[in-house]
Write a protein that binds this ligand. Structure first.
Ligand code: FES
Length: 495
Protein backbone atom coordinates (compact mmCIF):
# COMPACT_ATOMS: atom_id res chain seq x y z
CA UNK A 1 0.00 0.00 0.00
CA UNK A 2 1.34 3.45 -0.85
CA UNK A 3 2.35 5.77 1.92
CA UNK A 4 0.10 8.71 2.80
CA UNK A 5 1.71 12.04 3.62
CA UNK A 6 0.36 15.20 5.20
CA UNK A 7 0.32 18.20 2.87
CA UNK A 8 3.04 19.90 4.91
CA UNK A 9 5.36 16.90 4.63
CA UNK A 10 4.58 16.35 0.95
CA UNK A 11 5.36 20.00 0.15
CA UNK A 12 8.64 19.76 2.02
CA UNK A 13 9.61 16.56 0.20
CA UNK A 14 9.15 17.91 -3.32
CA UNK A 15 10.47 21.36 -2.37
CA UNK A 16 7.36 23.44 -3.08
CA UNK A 17 5.08 25.69 -1.07
CA UNK A 18 2.11 23.97 0.63
CA UNK A 19 -0.22 26.36 -1.22
CA UNK A 20 1.07 25.03 -4.57
CA UNK A 21 -0.07 21.53 -3.60
CA UNK A 22 -3.42 22.86 -2.39
CA UNK A 23 -3.94 24.44 -5.82
CA UNK A 24 -3.12 21.16 -7.56
CA UNK A 25 -5.70 19.43 -5.36
CA UNK A 26 -8.31 22.08 -6.17
CA UNK A 27 -7.67 21.75 -9.91
CA UNK A 28 -7.77 17.95 -9.70
CA UNK A 29 -4.10 17.46 -10.71
CA UNK A 30 -3.37 15.81 -7.37
CA UNK A 31 -5.70 13.54 -5.38
CA UNK A 32 -6.08 14.04 -1.66
CA UNK A 33 -7.75 11.76 0.87
CA UNK A 34 -8.72 13.39 4.18
CA UNK A 35 -6.05 16.04 3.71
CA UNK A 36 -3.35 13.44 2.95
CA UNK A 37 -1.65 12.73 -0.38
CA UNK A 38 -0.37 9.44 -1.70
CA UNK A 39 3.37 9.13 -2.48
CA UNK A 40 2.63 7.68 -5.94
CA UNK A 41 0.24 10.53 -6.81
CA UNK A 42 2.82 13.01 -5.58
CA UNK A 43 5.47 11.41 -7.80
CA UNK A 44 3.14 11.51 -10.78
CA UNK A 45 2.91 15.30 -10.28
CA UNK A 46 6.62 15.73 -9.53
CA UNK A 47 8.37 12.94 -11.46
CA UNK A 48 11.81 14.48 -10.98
CA UNK A 49 11.48 14.96 -7.24
CA UNK A 50 13.92 12.13 -6.56
CA UNK A 51 16.70 13.87 -8.50
CA UNK A 52 16.81 16.86 -6.22
CA UNK A 53 18.49 16.85 -2.85
CA UNK A 54 16.03 17.25 -0.05
CA UNK A 55 16.01 20.38 2.00
CA UNK A 56 17.21 18.25 4.90
CA UNK A 57 20.21 16.83 3.05
CA UNK A 58 21.22 20.28 1.83
CA UNK A 59 20.81 21.67 5.29
CA UNK A 60 22.95 18.98 6.87
CA UNK A 61 25.65 19.47 4.20
CA UNK A 62 25.68 23.17 4.93
CA UNK A 63 25.94 22.50 8.63
CA UNK A 64 28.88 20.17 8.11
CA UNK A 65 30.68 22.71 5.97
CA UNK A 66 30.42 25.50 8.47
CA UNK A 67 33.40 26.17 10.65
CA UNK A 68 31.30 26.66 13.73
CA UNK A 69 29.46 23.47 12.82
CA UNK A 70 29.15 21.97 16.28
CA UNK A 71 26.97 24.68 17.77
CA UNK A 72 24.67 24.84 14.74
CA UNK A 73 24.59 21.04 14.53
CA UNK A 74 23.42 20.87 18.13
CA UNK A 75 20.68 23.38 17.43
CA UNK A 76 19.51 21.79 14.20
CA UNK A 77 19.42 18.23 15.47
CA UNK A 78 16.77 17.03 17.89
CA UNK A 79 17.68 16.28 21.48
CA UNK A 80 19.76 13.03 21.66
CA UNK A 81 16.98 11.09 23.41
CA UNK A 82 14.36 12.34 20.96
CA UNK A 83 16.63 11.38 18.08
CA UNK A 84 17.15 7.92 19.57
CA UNK A 85 13.38 7.49 20.03
CA UNK A 86 12.66 8.53 16.43
CA UNK A 87 15.36 6.21 15.04
CA UNK A 88 14.00 3.36 17.20
CA UNK A 89 10.49 4.02 15.90
CA UNK A 90 11.79 4.02 12.35
CA UNK A 91 13.75 0.80 12.98
CA UNK A 92 10.56 -0.87 14.24
CA UNK A 93 8.75 0.14 11.07
CA UNK A 94 11.67 -1.13 8.98
CA UNK A 95 11.72 -4.42 10.85
CA UNK A 96 7.95 -4.88 10.40
CA UNK A 97 8.23 -4.07 6.69
CA UNK A 98 11.12 -6.51 6.24
CA UNK A 99 9.34 -9.40 7.95
CA UNK A 100 6.16 -8.63 5.98
CA UNK A 101 8.23 -8.71 2.79
CA UNK A 102 9.82 -12.04 3.73
CA UNK A 103 6.38 -13.49 4.45
CA UNK A 104 5.07 -12.28 1.11
CA UNK A 105 8.09 -13.75 -0.72
CA UNK A 106 7.47 -17.08 1.03
CA UNK A 107 3.81 -16.93 0.05
CA UNK A 108 4.72 -16.21 -3.55
CA UNK A 109 7.10 -19.17 -3.69
CA UNK A 110 4.43 -21.44 -2.24
CA UNK A 111 1.95 -20.21 -4.81
CA UNK A 112 4.38 -20.86 -7.68
CA UNK A 113 5.11 -24.32 -6.29
CA UNK A 114 1.41 -25.11 -6.07
CA UNK A 115 0.98 -24.00 -9.66
CA UNK A 116 3.91 -26.26 -10.69
CA UNK A 117 2.18 -29.19 -9.08
CA UNK A 118 -1.19 -28.47 -10.65
CA UNK A 119 -2.37 -31.28 -12.92
CA UNK A 120 -4.55 -30.20 -15.82
CA UNK A 121 -5.19 -30.59 -19.54
CA UNK A 122 -2.91 -29.09 -22.19
CA UNK A 123 -5.01 -25.92 -22.71
CA UNK A 124 -5.15 -25.18 -18.99
CA UNK A 125 -1.44 -26.03 -18.66
CA UNK A 126 -0.67 -23.19 -21.07
CA UNK A 127 -2.84 -20.81 -19.04
CA UNK A 128 -1.09 -21.85 -15.81
CA UNK A 129 2.30 -21.36 -17.41
CA UNK A 130 1.27 -17.86 -18.65
CA UNK A 131 0.02 -17.04 -15.17
CA UNK A 132 3.35 -18.11 -13.59
CA UNK A 133 5.25 -15.98 -16.08
CA UNK A 134 3.03 -13.01 -15.32
CA UNK A 135 3.42 -13.48 -11.54
CA UNK A 136 7.24 -13.66 -11.82
CA UNK A 137 7.36 -10.57 -14.01
CA UNK A 138 5.06 -8.56 -11.72
CA UNK A 139 6.94 -9.67 -8.59
CA UNK A 140 10.29 -8.67 -10.10
CA UNK A 141 9.10 -5.20 -11.09
CA UNK A 142 7.38 -4.72 -7.72
CA UNK A 143 10.66 -5.50 -5.92
CA UNK A 144 12.74 -3.12 -8.03
CA UNK A 145 13.73 -0.01 -6.09
CA UNK A 146 11.54 2.56 -7.81
CA UNK A 147 10.81 6.25 -7.53
CA UNK A 148 8.42 5.77 -4.62
CA UNK A 149 11.14 4.14 -2.59
CA UNK A 150 13.51 7.06 -3.08
CA UNK A 151 10.84 9.50 -2.02
CA UNK A 152 9.99 7.28 0.92
CA UNK A 153 13.66 7.37 1.96
CA UNK A 154 13.51 11.15 1.96
CA UNK A 155 10.34 11.04 3.98
CA UNK A 156 11.96 8.74 6.54
CA UNK A 157 14.90 11.13 6.77
CA UNK A 158 12.51 14.02 7.31
CA UNK A 159 10.69 12.03 9.99
CA UNK A 160 13.94 11.68 11.94
CA UNK A 161 14.75 15.38 11.65
CA UNK A 162 11.27 16.83 12.09
CA UNK A 163 8.00 15.78 13.68
CA UNK A 164 4.67 16.74 12.17
CA UNK A 165 2.24 18.39 14.59
CA UNK A 166 -1.50 18.78 13.99
CA UNK A 167 -3.53 21.15 16.17
CA UNK A 168 -7.20 20.41 16.90
CA UNK A 169 -9.83 21.73 16.55
CA UNK A 170 -8.34 24.51 14.38
CA UNK A 171 -6.69 22.09 11.93
CA UNK A 172 -3.40 24.04 11.81
CA UNK A 173 -0.29 21.95 11.29
CA UNK A 174 3.46 22.54 11.40
CA UNK A 175 6.82 20.77 11.49
CA UNK A 176 8.88 20.73 14.66
CA UNK A 177 12.63 20.69 14.04
CA UNK A 178 15.79 20.61 16.10
CA UNK A 179 15.39 21.09 19.82
CA UNK A 180 12.39 23.40 19.62
CA UNK A 181 9.53 23.01 22.05
CA UNK A 182 6.03 22.56 20.66
CA UNK A 183 5.33 26.22 21.51
CA UNK A 184 8.48 27.54 19.78
CA UNK A 185 7.84 25.52 16.62
CA UNK A 186 4.21 26.70 16.48
CA UNK A 187 5.27 30.33 16.88
CA UNK A 188 7.88 30.00 14.12
CA UNK A 189 5.14 28.64 11.89
CA UNK A 190 2.99 31.68 12.70
CA UNK A 191 0.38 29.75 14.69
CA UNK A 192 -0.80 31.83 17.67
CA UNK A 193 -1.25 29.15 20.33
CA UNK A 194 -2.33 30.25 23.76
CA UNK A 195 0.60 30.90 26.11
CA UNK A 196 1.85 33.29 28.77
CA UNK A 197 5.32 33.08 30.28
CA UNK A 198 6.82 30.52 27.85
CA UNK A 199 8.95 29.43 30.79
CA UNK A 200 6.86 26.79 32.56
CA UNK A 201 5.36 29.06 35.22
CA UNK A 202 1.86 30.15 34.22
CA UNK A 203 0.20 27.03 32.80
CA UNK A 204 -1.47 28.99 29.99
CA UNK A 205 0.09 26.78 27.31
CA UNK A 206 -1.62 23.61 28.57
CA UNK A 207 -2.70 21.30 25.76
CA UNK A 208 -3.90 17.71 25.52
CA UNK A 209 -1.93 15.18 23.52
CA UNK A 210 -4.49 13.30 21.45
CA UNK A 211 -2.04 10.97 19.72
CA UNK A 212 1.70 10.52 19.33
CA UNK A 213 4.53 10.85 21.81
CA UNK A 214 5.92 13.99 23.42
CA UNK A 215 8.89 14.44 25.74
CA UNK A 216 9.58 16.97 28.47
CA UNK A 217 12.80 18.76 27.56
CA UNK A 218 12.55 21.79 29.85
CA UNK A 219 11.87 21.99 33.55
CA UNK A 220 8.60 23.65 34.60
CA UNK A 221 7.53 24.97 37.99
CA UNK A 222 3.86 24.89 37.09
CA UNK A 223 2.26 21.80 38.63
CA UNK A 224 -0.16 19.76 36.54
CA UNK A 225 -2.79 17.87 38.53
CA UNK A 226 -2.92 14.08 38.41
CA UNK A 227 -6.26 14.33 36.58
CA UNK A 228 -4.66 16.56 33.92
CA UNK A 229 -1.70 14.22 33.55
CA UNK A 230 -3.95 11.20 33.14
CA UNK A 231 -5.87 13.04 30.40
CA UNK A 232 -2.58 13.59 28.55
CA UNK A 233 -2.30 17.33 29.34
CA UNK A 234 1.21 18.78 28.92
CA UNK A 235 2.81 22.23 28.80
CA UNK A 236 3.68 23.16 25.23
CA UNK A 237 6.56 25.39 26.36
CA UNK A 238 8.32 22.47 28.10
CA UNK A 239 7.73 19.58 25.70
CA UNK A 240 8.91 18.58 22.27
CA UNK A 241 7.44 16.02 19.87
CA UNK A 242 9.12 12.63 19.64
CA UNK A 243 6.82 11.27 16.95
CA UNK A 244 4.19 12.91 14.77
CA UNK A 245 1.61 14.20 17.23
CA UNK A 246 -1.90 15.59 17.34
CA UNK A 247 -2.66 18.03 20.13
CA UNK A 248 -5.81 19.74 21.30
CA UNK A 249 -4.99 23.40 22.00
CA UNK A 250 -6.51 26.87 21.82
CA UNK A 251 -5.40 29.04 18.91
CA UNK A 252 -6.06 32.78 18.97
CA UNK A 253 -8.38 33.48 16.07
CA UNK A 254 -9.16 37.12 16.77
CA UNK A 255 -7.85 40.08 18.74
CA UNK A 256 -10.35 39.28 21.51
CA UNK A 257 -8.39 36.09 22.24
CA UNK A 258 -5.22 38.05 23.12
CA UNK A 259 -5.03 39.25 26.74
CA UNK A 260 -3.97 42.77 27.75
CA UNK A 261 -0.37 42.62 29.00
CA UNK A 262 2.09 44.88 30.84
CA UNK A 263 5.71 43.93 30.27
CA UNK A 264 8.96 45.62 31.32
CA UNK A 265 11.15 45.12 28.25
CA UNK A 266 14.79 46.11 27.74
CA UNK A 267 16.26 48.20 24.94
CA UNK A 268 18.52 45.95 22.86
CA UNK A 269 19.48 48.64 20.38
CA UNK A 270 18.46 51.96 18.85
CA UNK A 271 19.64 52.36 15.25
CA UNK A 272 18.98 55.02 12.63
CA UNK A 273 17.01 53.90 9.56
CA UNK A 274 17.03 57.36 7.97
CA UNK A 275 17.59 60.91 9.18
CA UNK A 276 14.17 60.96 10.87
CA UNK A 277 13.38 57.30 11.51
CA UNK A 278 14.86 54.99 14.18
CA UNK A 279 14.68 51.25 14.63
CA UNK A 280 13.92 50.53 18.28
CA UNK A 281 14.69 46.93 19.21
CA UNK A 282 13.19 45.79 22.52
CA UNK A 283 13.61 42.43 24.16
CA UNK A 284 11.07 40.98 26.57
CA UNK A 285 12.13 38.92 29.61
CA UNK A 286 12.62 35.19 29.07
CA UNK A 287 9.68 34.49 31.34
CA UNK A 288 7.20 36.97 29.86
CA UNK A 289 6.91 37.23 26.10
CA UNK A 290 4.53 39.59 24.37
CA UNK A 291 1.51 37.90 22.81
CA UNK A 292 0.09 39.82 19.87
CA UNK A 293 -1.24 39.30 16.37
CA UNK A 294 0.82 40.64 13.47
CA UNK A 295 -0.24 44.19 12.64
CA UNK A 296 -1.30 45.18 16.18
CA UNK A 297 0.06 48.13 18.17
CA UNK A 298 1.17 48.64 21.77
CA UNK A 299 1.71 51.61 24.04
CA UNK A 300 5.36 52.23 24.94
CA UNK A 301 6.41 54.19 28.03
CA UNK A 302 9.95 55.53 28.32
CA UNK A 303 11.80 57.85 30.67
CA UNK A 304 9.46 59.68 33.02
CA UNK A 305 6.32 58.14 31.51
CA UNK A 306 6.64 59.65 28.01
CA UNK A 307 4.35 57.40 26.03
CA UNK A 308 3.25 56.68 22.47
CA UNK A 309 1.13 54.10 20.70
CA UNK A 310 3.22 52.42 18.02
CA UNK A 311 2.58 49.56 15.60
CA UNK A 312 4.84 46.56 16.13
CA UNK A 313 7.18 46.15 13.17
CA UNK A 314 8.11 42.52 13.80
CA UNK A 315 6.38 39.17 13.52
CA UNK A 316 4.96 37.30 16.55
CA UNK A 317 7.21 34.45 15.36
CA UNK A 318 10.28 36.57 16.26
CA UNK A 319 10.69 35.11 19.72
CA UNK A 320 11.42 37.73 22.43
CA UNK A 321 12.38 40.47 19.96
CA UNK A 322 9.88 43.27 19.39
CA UNK A 323 10.74 45.97 16.84
CA UNK A 324 9.38 49.49 16.31
CA UNK A 325 9.97 52.24 13.78
CA UNK A 326 10.02 55.57 15.61
CA UNK A 327 9.63 58.77 13.56
CA UNK A 328 11.20 62.02 14.71
CA UNK A 329 8.49 64.53 15.64
CA UNK A 330 10.08 67.65 17.02
CA UNK A 331 8.41 68.75 20.23
CA UNK A 332 6.92 65.31 20.87
CA UNK A 333 8.32 64.25 24.27
CA UNK A 334 8.34 60.53 23.46
CA UNK A 335 10.08 60.99 20.13
CA UNK A 336 12.60 63.49 21.59
CA UNK A 337 13.46 61.05 24.38
CA UNK A 338 13.92 58.08 22.03
CA UNK A 339 16.06 60.08 19.56
CA UNK A 340 18.17 61.99 22.07
CA UNK A 341 18.41 59.98 25.27
CA UNK A 342 17.26 56.37 25.07
CA UNK A 343 20.16 53.94 25.54
CA UNK A 344 20.70 50.20 25.26
CA UNK A 345 19.67 48.18 28.35
CA UNK A 346 17.24 50.89 29.49
CA UNK A 347 13.80 49.65 30.55
CA UNK A 348 10.71 50.37 28.41
CA UNK A 349 7.17 49.51 29.51
CA UNK A 350 5.02 47.74 26.93
CA UNK A 351 1.23 47.80 27.37
CA UNK A 352 -1.27 46.21 25.06
CA UNK A 353 -1.66 44.95 22.40
CA UNK A 354 -4.45 46.80 20.64
CA UNK A 355 -5.82 47.23 17.12
CA UNK A 356 -7.67 45.07 14.63
CA UNK A 357 -5.37 45.47 11.63
CA UNK A 358 -4.51 41.79 11.32
CA UNK A 359 -4.15 39.22 8.58
CA UNK A 360 -7.30 37.37 7.47
CA UNK A 361 -5.52 34.04 7.71
CA UNK A 362 -8.32 31.96 6.25
CA UNK A 363 -8.62 34.08 3.12
CA UNK A 364 -7.31 32.27 0.03
CA UNK A 365 -7.05 35.57 -1.90
CA UNK A 366 -3.82 37.28 -3.02
CA UNK A 367 -2.57 39.92 -0.60
CA UNK A 368 -2.00 43.56 -1.64
CA UNK A 369 -0.23 45.85 0.81
CA UNK A 370 -0.02 49.63 0.49
CA UNK A 371 2.43 51.24 2.91
CA UNK A 372 2.46 55.04 3.13
CA UNK A 373 5.71 56.33 4.68
CA UNK A 374 6.09 54.75 8.16
CA UNK A 375 2.97 52.64 7.57
CA UNK A 376 5.56 50.08 6.51
CA UNK A 377 5.95 49.10 10.21
CA UNK A 378 2.63 47.24 10.73
CA UNK A 379 2.72 46.03 7.13
CA UNK A 380 6.15 44.49 7.67
CA UNK A 381 4.77 42.60 10.66
CA UNK A 382 1.77 41.31 8.68
CA UNK A 383 3.87 40.39 5.62
CA UNK A 384 6.37 38.45 7.75
CA UNK A 385 3.47 36.61 9.36
CA UNK A 386 1.93 35.90 5.94
CA UNK A 387 5.29 34.53 4.81
CA UNK A 388 5.50 32.18 7.79
CA UNK A 389 2.03 30.91 6.82
CA UNK A 390 3.17 30.40 3.21
CA UNK A 391 0.72 32.89 1.71
CA UNK A 392 0.14 32.28 -1.97
CA UNK A 393 0.85 35.72 -3.38
CA UNK A 394 2.05 38.91 -1.71
CA UNK A 395 2.40 42.31 -3.35
CA UNK A 396 3.70 45.46 -1.67
CA UNK A 397 3.45 49.03 -2.94
CA UNK A 398 5.39 51.46 -0.78
CA UNK A 399 4.22 55.02 -1.49
CA UNK A 400 6.43 57.59 0.22
CA UNK A 401 6.56 61.36 0.60
CA UNK A 402 10.22 61.30 -0.50
CA UNK A 403 12.84 58.70 -1.44
CA UNK A 404 14.21 58.90 2.11
CA UNK A 405 10.86 57.76 3.52
CA UNK A 406 11.40 54.37 1.86
CA UNK A 407 13.78 53.55 4.66
CA UNK A 408 13.98 49.75 4.45
CA UNK A 409 14.45 49.03 0.77
CA UNK A 410 17.07 46.41 1.62
CA UNK A 411 14.57 44.32 3.61
CA UNK A 412 11.99 44.49 0.82
CA UNK A 413 14.60 43.54 -1.81
CA UNK A 414 15.70 40.60 0.34
CA UNK A 415 12.10 39.34 0.44
CA UNK A 416 11.86 39.66 -3.33
CA UNK A 417 15.14 37.74 -3.78
CA UNK A 418 14.08 34.97 -1.44
CA UNK A 419 10.46 34.47 -2.48
CA UNK A 420 8.93 33.75 -5.86
CA UNK A 421 5.47 34.78 -4.68
CA UNK A 422 6.45 38.29 -3.55
CA UNK A 423 6.63 41.37 -5.75
CA UNK A 424 6.93 45.02 -4.85
CA UNK A 425 7.25 48.54 -6.20
CA UNK A 426 8.32 51.84 -4.68
CA UNK A 427 6.60 55.13 -5.51
CA UNK A 428 7.66 58.61 -4.50
CA UNK A 429 4.75 61.06 -4.17
CA UNK A 430 6.99 64.12 -4.07
CA UNK A 431 4.99 65.82 -1.29
CA UNK A 432 4.30 65.31 2.42
CA UNK A 433 1.64 62.59 2.71
CA UNK A 434 0.80 63.81 6.21
CA UNK A 435 -0.35 67.16 4.93
CA UNK A 436 -2.75 66.78 2.02
CA UNK A 437 -4.28 69.48 -0.18
CA UNK A 438 -6.83 69.06 -2.98
CA UNK A 439 -4.04 69.05 -5.55
CA UNK A 440 -2.00 66.48 -3.62
CA UNK A 441 -5.07 64.29 -3.24
CA UNK A 442 -5.55 64.36 -7.01
CA UNK A 443 -1.94 63.38 -7.52
CA UNK A 444 -2.18 60.49 -5.02
CA UNK A 445 -5.37 59.26 -6.69
CA UNK A 446 -3.59 59.26 -10.06
CA UNK A 447 -0.81 57.14 -8.57
CA UNK A 448 -3.28 54.69 -7.06
CA UNK A 449 -5.14 54.47 -10.37
CA UNK A 450 -1.92 53.69 -12.23
CA UNK A 451 -1.10 50.95 -9.73
CA UNK A 452 -4.64 49.49 -9.88
CA UNK A 453 -4.53 49.40 -13.70
CA UNK A 454 -1.29 47.40 -13.61
CA UNK A 455 -2.32 44.94 -10.91
CA UNK A 456 -4.60 42.48 -12.68
CA UNK A 457 -5.52 40.47 -9.58
CA UNK A 458 -6.21 43.44 -7.32
CA UNK A 459 -10.01 43.20 -7.51
CA UNK A 460 -9.84 39.56 -6.41
CA UNK A 461 -7.43 40.30 -3.57
CA UNK A 462 -7.40 41.52 0.03
CA UNK A 463 -6.08 45.08 0.40
CA UNK A 464 -4.16 46.27 3.48
CA UNK A 465 -3.43 49.99 3.90
CA UNK A 466 -1.24 51.59 6.59
CA UNK A 467 0.21 55.04 7.10
CA UNK A 468 -0.74 58.60 8.02
CA UNK A 469 -4.51 59.10 8.30
CA UNK A 470 -4.61 61.73 5.52
CA UNK A 471 -3.21 59.32 2.90
CA UNK A 472 -4.83 56.10 4.12
CA UNK A 473 -8.38 57.51 4.13
CA UNK A 474 -7.98 58.70 0.53
CA UNK A 475 -6.71 55.28 -0.52
CA UNK A 476 -9.46 53.50 1.41
CA UNK A 477 -12.15 55.58 -0.35
CA UNK A 478 -10.49 54.95 -3.69
CA UNK A 479 -10.49 51.15 -3.33
CA UNK A 480 -14.07 51.05 -2.01
CA UNK A 481 -15.24 53.20 -4.94
CA UNK A 482 -13.43 50.84 -7.24
CA UNK A 483 -15.81 48.13 -6.04
CA UNK A 484 -13.80 46.24 -3.43
CA UNK A 485 -16.07 45.07 -0.58
CA UNK A 486 -15.52 46.74 2.83
CA UNK A 487 -14.52 43.39 4.34
CA UNK A 488 -11.54 43.15 1.96
CA UNK A 489 -10.01 46.55 2.72
CA UNK A 490 -8.20 46.83 6.07
CA UNK A 491 -6.64 50.06 7.31
CA UNK A 492 -4.17 51.05 9.99
CA UNK A 493 -3.76 54.72 10.85
CA UNK A 494 -0.43 55.75 12.36
CA UNK A 495 0.81 59.06 13.67
S1 FES B 1 3.59 29.50 28.66
FE1 FES B 1 3.56 29.65 30.81
S2 FES B 1 3.75 27.60 31.41
FE2 FES B 1 3.94 27.49 29.30
Amino acid sequence: MSKLLSLTRAARLVGVNRVVLQKKIQTGELDAHDGMVNVDDLLACYPHAELEDTVEIQRISRIKEQAFGKRVFERALPDAEVLAARVTELSKTLDQSQSMLENLKGLLNKLLKRLDETQCDAASQQAVSDLKLWIRHEAESAMEPGLSNLLAIKDNMLRVMAAHVTVLPSGHDFLLEGQDTLLEAAMSAGIPLNYGCSGGNCGLCKARVVSGEVKKTRHHDYVLTDAEKSRGVVLLCSNTAVSDVTIEADVAGSVQDIPYQEIAATVKSVEPLSSDMLLLHLQTPRTQRLRFLAGQSVTLKVGQAFSAELPIASCPCDDRNVLFHVRRQNGNLFSDYVFDRLKARESVEIEGPQGEFILHEKSPRPLYFFAFDGGFAPIKSVIEHAMSLNAESICLHWIASSQEDIYMSNVVRAWADALDNFHHAEHVAGFDLRSMTARREESLLRQLQAIAENENGLMEGDVYLAGPESAVLIAERYFLNLGLPRTRVASSLIT
